[in-house]
Design a protein around this ligand. Structure first.
Ligand code: F3S
Length: 775
């Protein structure tokens, strides 16, 4: 096996471009004036601006009200992609005909691996079942110089923390828990594949300047409380929407009392409150973590920068910097929390949990305990859980239910194996799953007899607990807690158990009570690298590599560039569907079984809008053609596409809310959708539509929504001129009523920037890039 001493990562590509960032910070200071105090998040973010002057002074009162207003055009340092979302990102990247990615990038095969009977059986089965996807990702990685982490190597966020994250770095990741890397002082943002492609092709990535929520940590955790409890508590306080539009910046004397991996856990779950990202300042606790993960030189450089005078200091906030909101948490008095079921913000103190179980009639017994995942599989997490297992073993106890352990990476797994931690779990009856997402993302085939429809409670150290997420059973209630609490609950088997105060009766009839868990922050013997087959491929490109996509595949299909915009206004578009109520990215492009087709645009397009409610009839996914015949929405869209008719969708407020899923924009475009006319849009989806060449327009008068119906014929007026002039000018739509032939003109609004006009004219953002000669 490879050993620590034989592993030599490419440290240059893993070191943030500090010289460039420091000089960009100087430029930011020049634009804003040296007297402006900046938070840490602002310093790192603004130091990644393509053109600080343009971004910081646009849409702002001469740079005075940047947060919430400025459109930041950013140049991230690195991109990380997981296997499910990497497919479409790479397929889009390939349409640009570039020889390599513009920034270092990595792909992590973690989402498509099941958790069932243990790593030895599950991993080979999953590799076989997804072979063509993994082959595609590996061959494309080789061709374009992307580091490829094969199935079994680890979960994206754990691997990024162990290898790439660093203080001051900016990372885009095609997964919502990318902010995990903020535990190591990086600005790490979860995005859709199309956004990742911006960075991969060296195009600026746009972000509305976030507001900053400061969380001041005081005191020190003790006993049963763990870093997970900080974010479980905060989620209860903020709710799932409370962090929207904010970066959460942790600070205060409590920071240095936390381990680096503990900080990562806290940042990971910032996604659960909707935050753009979360981050911690550089801390001396980062140094041993960086050193033990082969990045001593990064630690030394970061430490030196953190000691620079304030004006030049990239890694600390300025004295007197203001937060838009401030929350203080006293770690010394923080209790363990349990969050759930079905939403991560339903937070209950452990000491109140037994009462909550009774009051809410939640299941009395625990049906399974699952620890690990990208959120909680650090050496510290696992060694504290191990301590509890050893205590229970010594008392003659076994877990009362199935107990699963998911190591976050091969590095962690091999180290835990060497230090006998895994043996302790296995001897107790625990099942060690592959180093992959498995049960966290629904890849969990239960073998404990719990069937769909069975009401049951599981305890997990994961981050999300929406209905059906883990085992596909909407009646499984997932209660989120620290690995320590999950482990203790698994021994009691009772949801009303409080390990801080309650005892368990041992087989010999004695009363056993756990002592508070203890563990090591880092392994004394250093980290093992484990199976050399799980090391990443080098990030050097091999241009002659053939990217493997079978023309007969139903999982992958190469993308054809979309047609450019016609030289004039759009005429005779048909209203495919008038949606009423919420229309999220899930409504537009459902997940679940469709995840399988993420790399095959024609196949996944068969789910387009299948969750949408028909405004005229209240039916879901029932569309009406001119002759009154009905079909599913994607079927009608495909029929019209075959007949040569382009179409539009009419919708209500916040169209496309939910996620950055680019399929929700790509699919309508693929099926012939040209315009979405809505009362309002979710910002990220509106941008995604423009990137894929679909025109988002809003009703100038929201009541006009009532004047358009399915099958009406719509032509744009002024759209082409507006696009040609870079966003200036008004656009209206001429609606010819299908039933009466009457014509009405409705005023619309749009939010096109000059760049975005270019996307539409070229047919898509990628077409424009290819045209601009970056090939
Ligand atoms: Fe994977 Fe679950 Fe994390 S799906 S990336 S382990 S949130």
């Amino acid at each position: 096996l490879a050993t620590v001493s034989s592993y030599r990562p490419d440290i240059e590509s893993r070191t943030p471009p500090y010289d460039k960032l420091l000089s960009r910070l100087k430029e930011v200071r020049r634009v804003l004036g040296n007297s402006r105090n900046l938070t840490l998040a602002e310093k790192i973010l603004y130091s990644h601006l393509d053109n600080p002057e343009e971004s910081l002074l646009s849409n702002t009162d001469n740079g005075l009200n940047i947060r919430g207003n400025a459109n930041l055009k950013l140049k991230p340092d690195r991109v990380a992609m997981q296997d499910a979302s990497a497919q479409m990102a790479l397929l889009q990247f390939m349409t640009c005909n570039l020889p390599s990615t513009a920034v270092p990038a990595s792909i992590h095969c973690d989402h498509m691996i099941v958790g069932k009977r243990g790593a030895d059986v599950d991993l080979p089965e999953s590799i076989l079942g997804n072979k063509e996807v993994f082959d595609f990702l590996e061959s494309a990685s080789k061709k374009y110089g992307i580091e490829f982490w094969p199935p079994g190597a680890g979960i994206i966020h754990q691997s990024v923390l162990e290898n790439y994250s660093a203080p001051g770095l900016m990372i885009l990741g095609t997964d919502s828990h990318t902010p995990n890397a903020g535990g190591l002082g990086a600005i790490a943002i979860g995005v859709g594949g199309a956004d990742a492609v911006d960075a991969l092709v060296d195009a600026p990535w746009e972000l509305k300047a976030p507001k900053i929520l400061g969380v001041r940590l005081e005191g020190q955790l003790s006993g049963w409380a763990s870093p997970k409890d900080v974010i479980l508590y905060l989620a209860g306080k903020l709710t799932v929407r409370g962090g929207t539009g904010f970066i959460i910046e942790y600070h205060g004397p409590g920071v240095d009392t936390l381990s680096c991996t503990g900080m990562a856990t806290i940042c990971n779950m910032g996604a659960e409150v909707g935050a753009t990202t979360s981050l911690f300042p550089f801390s001396l606790r980062h140094v041993p973590y960086l050193e033990s993960t082969h990045r001593g030189s990064v630690a030394a450089r970061a430490k030196a920068i953190s000691e620079l005078p304030s004006l030049q200091n990239l890694l600390r906030s300025d004295e007197g910097a203001c937060y838009d909101e401030l929350i203080t948490i006293d770690l010394s008095t923080l209790e363990p929390h349990v969050n759930g079921p079905n939403t991560p913000d339903l937070s209950t103190r452990l000491s109140d949990f037994a009462i909550a179980v009774k009051t809410n009639n939640w299941p009395k017994s625990v049906s399974a305990g699952l620890i690990g995942s990208c959120t909680n599989s650090s050496y510290q997490d696992m060694s504290r859980a191990e301590d509890l297992v050893k205590q229970a073993n010594a008392a003659g106890l076994k877990p009362a239910n199935d107990f699963f352990v998911t190591p976050g990476s091969e590095q962690i797994r091999a180290t835990l194996e060497r230090d006998s931690t895994l043996a302790t779990f296995e001897e107790a009856g625990g099942i060690v799953l592959a180093n992959a997402c498995g049960p966290c993302i629904g890849q969990w085939t239960r073998t404990d007899g719990v069937k769909k429809g069975d009401n049951n409670a599981i305890f997990t150290s994961y981050n999300r607990n929406f209905r059906g997420r883990n085992d596909g059973n909407p009646d499984t209630m997932n209660f989120l807690a620290s690995p320590e609490i999950v482990t203790a609950m698994s021994y009691a088997g009772s949801t009303a158990f409080n390990p801080m105060t309650d005892s368990i009766t041992t087989p010999s009839g004695e009363q056993f009570r756990f002592s508070p868990p203890t563990g090591a922050e880092l392994p004394v013997g250093g980290f093992e690298m484990g199976n050399p087959d799980f090391l990443p491929t080098a990030g050097t490109r091999s241009p002659s590599t053939q990217v493997v996509v079978s023309p007969t595949s139903d999982r992958l299909a190469l993308l054809d560039p979309f047609e450019p915009f016609p030289k004039g206004d759009l005429k005779g578009l048909r209203v495919l569907y008038k949606v009423t109520g919420k229309c999220t990215t899930d409504t537009i492009s459902a997940a679940g079984p469709w995840l399988k087709y993420k790399g095959h645009l024609p196949n996944i397009s068969a789910n387009t809008l299948i969750g949408a409610i028909n405004a005229a009839t209240g039916e879901v996914n029932v569309a009406y053609d001119f002759d009154g015949s009905t079909s599913g929405i994607p079927e009608l869209a495909q029929k019209w596409k075959n007949q040569g008719f382009e179409w539009l969708v009419v919708a209500e407020d916040n169209y496309g809310e939910g996620s950055a899923r680019e399929h929700a924009a790509l699919q309508p475009r693929y099926l012939g959708g040209r315009v979405i006319l809505a009362k309002s849009f979710a910002r990220i989806h509106e941008t995604n539509l423009k990137k894929q060449g679909v025109v988002p327009l809003t009703f100038a008068n929201g009541e006009d929504y009532a004047k358009v119906d399915a099958c009406d014929e719509v032509s744009t007026v002024g759209l082409y001129d507006m696009l040609k002039s870079g966003g200036d000018g008004e656009v209206s739509v001429l609606v010819k009523k299908a039933k009466t032939g009457e014509e009405i003109t409705l005023k619309t609004k749009h939010t096109f920037s000059p760049d975005q006009c270019g996307f539409i004219i070229a047919g898509s953002a990628l077409n424009l890039l290819a045209k601009m000669g970056r090939s």
